[in-house]
Design a binder for this molecule. Sequence first.
Ligand code: TYM
Length: 334
Amino acid sequence: TPRVFSGIQPSGNLHLGNYLGALKRFVDWQAKDVESIYCMVDLHAITVWQDPADLKKSTRELCAGFIAAGLDPEKSILINQSQVPEHAQLAWVFNCVARMGWMQRMTQWKDKAGKNAQNASLGLFAYPALMAADILVYHATHVPVGEDQKQHLELTRDIAIKFNHDYGVNFFPETEPVIEGAATRVMSLRDGSKKMSKSDPSDASRINLTDDADAIAKKIRKAKTDPEALPSEAKGLEERPEARNLVNIYAAMAEMSVDQVLAEVGGKQFSEFKPMLADLAVAKMSPITTEMARLMENQDEIDKILARGSERARAITAPILSQTYDIIGMVRPV
Ligand code: TYM
């Protein structure tokens, strides 16, 4: 059976890009009755400094968001990365497999480290090796993510291939990236050429899962657009990044294709389309926001879910790490 793994960083708020590009897809996968593990990647979060109290809060809030969006902690294994030590242990092995040149080519590294790479943490550079470990320590076969993670998944594949080759084994599988749907790259509401992101200084650029109905409606009303009416075919969105983004968001939330959406709204002005989008967004997001807040009132329960998840996870990861150590020649009792 397929084994699905994915992760989200507990740094800052979950936004609409995370929800439509990742979390909602996790919920779709869960319905397919596969084995799945979803992870709050706290070790990845600290590749840039996090306030300790904020990190705890964000981790629990992310877990609450997973559950509120529809993940069932009985069906899916929910974990925080630091509680399953095999992730970090396998990451060390992969640090010794991956090459410096591979890491230097990662666009996310180049974007995040910027011109001041000398001052970036070593962890930020090694980030993709930990990500490969997250996936391969489960021998996961499918990884649902947004478009921006594609390069990291290609690197994961390269690490698996090189490990297998270096040790003459066929141990780590070649994982499938699953990048599907209308919202694999949700763009900023203020600038159709930038992706929606937690690190954008403008809060108006994104819809957060913690935003209330008024805030959501206001951000959509103020979203940047062009003066034309909506086209009636997808082709008409080609040179219109802002229009395309809003239509993609609508399609993903309504679970319709872009063509279906345009068949309905083609010819309408944004003054008419935006309120439709705002209503849909509020209808889809508000129940999640409310449920997240309710779950956050009982943090002990969240902590128990993560502890239970890590126990179930370790039943998978401990044997795989042990076999890895055996393959590379670490002495241990058999
Ligand atoms: P992170 O925390 O940046 O984002 C979590 C997920 O949300 C997707 N995403 C988006 N999708 C569409 N439009 C956007 N604007 C948008 N912004 C973010 C991301 O593609 C991702 O799927 N490195 C990962 C976390 C990670 C991971 C893993 C993922 C760590 N280990 C193993 C998969 C497997 C990250 O930083 O995601």
